[in-house]
Design a protein around this ligand. Structure first.
Ligand code: MFK
Length: 566
C-alpha cells in the first residue's frame, strides 16, 4: 500500500462560518456583536478542539442499565460515559441554557444563545437533547410554575454552575401513542396532599435527569376524563425524599438507530410522587410551552448538523485527489456541494428568524402578529429543517464515498443523528397538522404570508428581481390554496404536508432575499444573493392538489387496493 488519504480537519467553527457571521452582523447591533464575538470565537475553537473527544467517548461508551446491585437488590441505575458528563458540565459553564434566561441582551439573548447551541450541537453527541428539554422546562416553569418551582428548581435549570445545574426530562410518550398523546394511560391519584403517578412511559429521553415534566390523567373515585382534555401536567423528581428512586422502575434502554450516547428508557411509574403544575386538564396545552421550544432546538440541531457535514466535505474537497485533480476542481462535485450550501442557507435563515421572534415574544416586545407568526413558524421550521437535515447528511456522506459509510471516520453519526430530528418532537405529518391548528386557532397565516410578500417586495438589488417575483407568485398560490382548504377539511388534511413545506420554503426564500439585499448594501458579499437566487429558482410551493379523485387514487396506491375507495 503506497497511498493513504487524509481525513477532513475541522477549523474554528465560528471563524470559518461566513453565513453565521453575516447573519449575526445583521441581527446584532455592532456594539453587541463586538461584546459577544470574542466568546463565540473562543467557543468556535473549543467545539473543534476538546469537545469532539468528549463526544467520541460518549458515543463509544453507550449508556448502560444496571438493574441490580451485587446482592440482588433492584437499583435500576443508568450509567453514562465520562464524556457525556463532561458535555453536561460544558453546557452549564458555557451558559447554553442560562443565556436565554439571564436576558442580558434583551430580546436578542435567544439569538446569542442559539448561535452557541449551533456551534455546540454537532460536537455534543446530541447532549442538545437534554438541553432542549431543560430549556423547555425552564420556560414552562416561568409561565406556569408555582413559587416553589420558580424559586427552587428554575435556578438550577438555568445555572452556569455544573454542580448546581439540572437537566430535565419530558416524559410524554406512552405505548398508546407518541403522536396521539391524548390516549395516554398514566393516572394520577391523590393521597392526602400528595399526588402519585401510576403508569408506563415508553420513550423517556435523558432518563438520568434529576427531574421530568410529564402528563397523567387525574383519577377520582376510579373515574377520569378520557382524551387529551383529561391530561394534567406534573413535575416529578427522579430521586425521592428518602433518597430512593421515587417509585420509578427502569425496564430497559432503547437500542436506537442514532443518538447512541443519549439514555432513552422504558420505565414504570409506580406511586411516583409528583406535583400538579398549572390547571388540571390543561396538560397538553401547557406542555406545548415546552415542546414548542424543543421543536426550535430541533431546528437549530438540524441546521448545525448540515453545517458540520458541509464544513467537513468542503475541507475534504481541498485534500482529496481523484481522477488526477482535487475534488473542488471537479465541476460536478462543486455543483453538488453548492446545492447543499443553498439548502443550509434556507434552513439557517428560517431558524434564526424564528429564534429572533422567540426572543421578542419572551421579552414582551413582539406584536400580536409576530407572536402568531412564531406559533406557526415553530412547526414549519421544525418539519422543514429536519427533512433538509436528513437529505443533506445523506449527501454529505456520499461526498466521502466509502469513507462516509465507515463508522471510524465519525461521518455516519451525522446521518444517524439527523434521522431522529424528523421523528421526535412530532413527525412531519403531525407538525403539518399542527400548522393547520395554528392557522385556525391563531390566525397566523396572514401575518406569515404578508411578511414574506413584504420582504420579497422590498428587495432593491436588480439581480434579485426575478427571484422576488417568484416568491410573490408563490405567496399568491399558497393564499389561494389556503382559501380552498378553509372550505374543505379533507383537502386541508391531505394537502397539509405540501402546504406546510410550501410555507416554509417561501418564508425561507423571503428571508434569504432580505439577507442578500442587506449583504449587498453592507460590504457587498454576494454569496447570500447567489444562494437566494438559486433557492428561489427551485419550486417553492409544490402543492398537492388533493381533491377527492386524487385522494381516492392515493388510497389505491398507498394501500395497493383496487381503485374506488376513499
Ligand atoms: C435536539 C433537539 C432535541 C429535542 C428534544 C427531543 C426529546 C425527545 C422527547 C420526545 O420526543 S417527547 C415527545 C414529543 N411528542 C410530541 O411532540 C407529541 C406529538 N403530537 C402532537 O404534537 C399532537 O399534535 C398533540 C399531542 C398536541 C395532539 O393532541 P390532541 O389531543 O389532538 O390536541 P388538541 O386537542 O388539538 O390540543 C389540546 C390543546 O393543546 C389545544 O388547546 P385548547 O385546549 O385551548 O383548545 C391546542 O390548541 C393546544 N395545542 C396543541 N398543540 C399545540 C397547542 N398549543 C400550542 N402549541 C402547540 N404546538
Amino acid at each position: 500500500m503506497t497511498f493513504f488519504q487524509d481525513g477532513p480537519v475541522l477549523g474554528n467553527q465560528y471563524l470559518g462560518d461566513s453565513l453565521l457571521r453575516s447573519v449575526l452582523s445583521r441581527l446584532l447591533p455592532p456594539p453587541l456583536l463586538a461584546e459577544v464575538e470574542p466568546d463565540l470565537i473562543r467557543f468556535g475553537g473549543r467545539v473543534a478542539a476538546d469537545l469532539p473527544g468528549m463526544a467520541a467517548d460518549a458515543e463509544r461508551n453507550a449508556p448502560r442499565l444496571v438493574s441490580f446491585d451485587p446482592w440482588g437488590r433492584r437499583i435500576d441505575r443508568i450509567e453514562v460515559a465520562e464524556g457525556w458528563k463532561r458535555l453536561e458540565a460544558v453546557a452549564a459553564e458555557e451558559g447554553l441554557v442560562a443565556t436565554g434566561y439571564e436576558r442580558r441582551y434583551g430580546p436578542l439573548s435567544r439569538v446569542v444563545q442559539f448561535a452557541k447551541l449551533y456551534l455546540y450541537t454537532p460536537s455534543s453527541a446530541i447532549f442538545t437533547c437534554p438541553l432542549a428539554m431543560t430549556d423547555g422546562a425552564a420556560r414552562l416553569i416561568e409561565v406556569h410554575g408555582d413559587a416553589d418551582l420558580r424559586e427552587r428548581v428554575l435556578p438550577r435549570l438555568v445555572s452556569r454552575d455544573p454542580g448546581l445545574f439540572w437537566t430535565s426530562g419530558q416524559w410524554m410518550t406512552e405505548r398508546t401513542g407518541g403522536s396521539d398523546v391524548g390516549t395516554s394511560e398514566t393516572v394520577a391519584r391523590r393521597e392526602g396532599e400528595t399526588w402519585r403517578l401510576f403508569g408506563d412511559k415508553w420513550f423517556t429521553s435523558a432518563a438520568t435527569s434529576p427531574m421530568a415534566m410529564t402528563l397523567a390523567r387525574i383519577e377520582e373515585g376510579g373515574r377520569s376524563v378520557p382524551g387529551s382534555r383529561g391530561l394534567s401536567l406534573f413535575y416529578l423528581e427522579t430521586v425521592g425524599a428518602d433518597g430512593g428512586p421515587n417509585g420509578i422502575r427502569v425496564h430497559r434502554l432503547k437500542d436506537k438507530l442514532g443518538t447512541k450516547a443519549l439514555p432513552t428508557a422504558e420505565l414504570t411509574l409506580d406511586g411516583t410522587e409528583a406535583r400538579l403544575v398549572g390547571v388540571p386538564g390543561a396538560g397538553v396545552k401547557q406542555i406545548s410551552t415546552l415542546f414548542n421550544l424543543t421543536r426550535i432546538y430541533n431546528a437549530i440541531s438540524a441546521v448545525s448538523l448540515m453545517r458540520r457535514g458541509i464544513a467537513l466535505s468542503r475541507d475534504w474537497a481541498r485534500r482529496r485527489t481523484a481522477f488526477g485533480k482535487r475534488l473542488f476542481e471537479h465541476p460536478l462535485f462543486v455543483e453538488t456541494l453548492a446545492g447543499l450550501e443553498v439548502e443550509l442557507h434556507a434552513a439557517f435563515q428560517l431558524t434564526f428568524h424564528l429564534v429572533a421572534l422567540m426572543g421578542k415574544v419572551e421579552c414582551g416586545t413582539a406584536t400580536e402578529e409576530e407572536a402568531a407568526e412564531m406559533r406557526l413558524l415553530t412547526p414549519l421550521t421544525k418539519l422543514s429543517t429536519a427533512k433538509q437535515g436528513v437529505a443533506v447528511a445523506s449527501e454529505v456522506l456520499e461526498t466521502f464515498g466509502g469513507a462516509g459509510y465507515v463508522e471510524e471516520t465519525g461521518l455516519p453519526v451525522l446521518l444517524r443523528d439527523a434521522q431522529v430530528l424528523a421523528i421526535w418532537e412530532g413527525t412531519t405529518d403531525v407538525l403539518s397538522l399542527d400548522a393547520l391548528r395554528a392557522i385556525r386557532k391563531e390566525r397566523a397565516l396572514e401575518p406569515l404570508l404578508r411578511g414574506a410578500a413584504v420582504r420579497a417586495g422590498s428587495v432593491r438589488s436588480p439581480r434579485l428581481g426575478e427571484a422576488s417575483a417568484r416568491v410573490r407568485q408563490a405567496v399568491e398560490a399558497l393564499s389561494a390554496h389556503a382559501r380552498r382548504m378553509a372550505d374543505d377539511a379533507e383537502l386541508a388534511e391531505a394537502s397539509a404536508r405540501s402546504f406546510a413545506l410550501g410555507l416554509s420554503r417561501v418564508t425561507a426564500a423571503s428571508l434569504m432575499l432580505q439577507h442578500a439585499d442587506w449583504c449587498e448594501a453592507n460590504g457587498g458579499d454576494p454569496r447570500a444573493s447567489m444562494a437566494a437566487a438559486r433557492w428561489c429558482a427551485r419550486p417553492l410551493a409544490n402543492l398537492v392538489d388533493a381533491e377527492k379523485g386524487h385522494r381516492a387514487e392515493s388510497r389505491a396506491l398507498a394501500m395497493d387496493e383496487p381503485p374506488g375507495r376513499a
